[in-house]
Design a protein around this ligand. Structure first.
Ligand SMILES: Cc1cc2nc3c(=O)[nH]c(=O)nc-3n(C[C@H](O)[C@H](O)[C@H](O)COP(=O)(O)OP(=O)(O)OC[C@H]3O[C@@H](n4cnc5c(N)ncnc54)[C@H](O)[C@@H]3O)c2cc1C
Length: 410
């Protein structure tokens, strides 16, 4: 069958989906490309939703992945405000909420993830927000504009960024986090403490090592009761306790699912015509093993690789995980993956707020993070990709160029 007679469908009009559609056209695919999104919005980027967009500092058009005319110009059929509700993998057919059936030759599932809910007493009260889409960011922005007192539940990346943005808008903030420091699971106690101190310095009240027992109020949330018996008065709450991959369609179609749609090194699912990319994909990474990455760069790069592999390119996805975060006057980038480590080494002093941290296990480098130090992350990625044995002294020494360390390991 020639290209022109084929239909490639992408479910999920987020970053991975939009970049995949772009890559299909870039690769010269001339068949039908349909990009289906349940949101009414054109594909947009989510990182600003907890940062400058949340604070009202950038316009909505600025967060779009492509300008609106892009899809028309490239003959990408954008079907918005329409969820895909059924998938028959054997018949290669997708069912849309409106009842339409769409036959496909290749399918990409780029359905992303949705916020985990906090199921405690009072969870149904008004004024308890979750942040994932532009509508929820608008709602939290409107609430922040009214001022008052916010409780942020969860000091992962999203919770920490919301707390920072809220403080930047002058809102009083209490953070409730079950770990002993923010971001402990990813960064560990030592680096997490840097973020704790950053928030304390900006006037955030941090209730660490405790959870939420209940929300209380009449109609709307008025206070949060913690599991260690405290009561925190508030005007509203925002919950950021992680996300779950949106695997409903894949699961119903009988594809392999295990905390994400299981895909191989080239992002192909257990069905040869179906691929997955972005937050929803659990990939067998060639060097890091099974891995699901919930970050912007992963969606940005996996979408196009999946698209090329739908065309039969057989391109492995082997990038080192990368993410960034901005809080107050601090920006960071992290490359690699450290799940368990035995040592953290610093180049620069953590309390100076300009440093690089490296995570090591048995003398091998697993991950590196630059904190208010710029133009080094590519070198960190290069170095981490090789997971080399390294001398901690060389990592600590600002006189040793990271690029040289990476090159010496080549
Ligand atoms: C507030 C916020 C801040 C973030 N900040 C950062 C950051 O600073 N750094 C970083 O690295 N990462 C950040 N991220 C993570 C990053 O945005 C995600 O990793 C990225 O959006 C994943 O892209 P995706 O295309 O896989 O999924 P998504 O962006 O979630 O897109 C998936 C789309 O699919 C749609 N969909 C799902 N199911 C269906 C269906 N059945 N039918 C039709 N459509 C469907 C969804 O509605 C959604 O629009 C942030 C995320 C959020 C929410």
């Amino acid at each position: 069958m020639s290209d022109r007679e084929q239909t490639f469908v992408i479910v999920g009009a987020g970053l991975a989906g939009a970049k995949a559609a772009e890559a299909l056209r870039e690769a010269g695919f001339e068949g039908r490309v349909a990009l289906i999104g349940e949101e009414a919005e054109h594909p947009y980027e989510r990182p600003p939703l907890s940062k400058d967009y949340l604070r009202g500092e950038v316009e909505r058009e600025k967060i779009l992945v492509h300008d609106e005319s892009f899809y028309r110009r490239h003959e990408i059929e954008l079907i918005l405000d329409q969820a895909a509700v059924g998938l028959d993998a054997e018949r290669r057919e997708l069912e849309l909420a409106g009842g339409e059936r769409l036959a496909f030759d290749r399918l990409l599932l780029a359905t992303g993830a949705s916020p985990r809910r906090l199921n405690v007493a009072g969870a149904e009260l008004d004024g308890i927000h979750y942040l994932r889409d532009v509508g929820s960011s608008d709602a939290i922005h409107a609430r922040l504009e009214r001022g008052g007192k916010a409780v942020v539940i969860g000091a992962g990346w999203i919770g920490s960024e919301i707390a920072a943005s809220a403080r930047q808008l002058g809102v009083e903030v209490t953070v409730i986090e079950s770990a002993s420091v923010p971001l402990e699971r990813v960064l560990g106690a030592e680096v997490g403490a840097v973020y704790r101190d950053l928030h304390l310095a900006h006037g955030v009240e941090m209730l660490l090592g405790t959870g939420v027992e209940a929300f209380e109020g009449s109609g709307a949330v008025e206070r949060v009761r913690t599991s260690d018996g405290r009561t925190v008065e508030c005007d509203f709450a925002v919950v950021g306790i992680g996300v779950s991959p949106r695997t409903e369609l894949a699961r119903a179609a009988g594809l392999a699912v295990d905390d994400g749609i299981v895909v191989d090194g080239s992002l192909q699912s257990s069905h040869p015509a179906i691929f997955a990319a972005g937050d929803v994909a659990r990939q067998r990474h060639p060097t890091l093993g099974p891995l699901r990455v919930e970050h912007w760069a992963n969606a940005l790069h996996q979408g196009p690789v999946a698209a090329r592999n739908m065309l039969g390119c057989g391109e492995p996805y082997d990038r080192v995980p990368y993410f960034f975060s901005d809080q107050y006057e601090v920006g960071m980038e992290y490359a690699g993956l450290a799940r368990q480590w035995d040592r953290v080494v610093f180049r620069g002093k953590p309390d100076s707020h300009e440093f690089i941290a490296f995570w090591l296990r048995e003398g091998r480098l697993l991950a590196g993070m630059n904190f208010n130090v710029w133009d080094v992350n590519e070198q960190i990625q290069e170095l981490v990709a090789k997971r080399p044995p390294v001398e901690p002294a060389a990592l600590e020494d600002p006189g040793v160029a990271l690029g040289d360390l990476a090159r010496n390991r080549a």
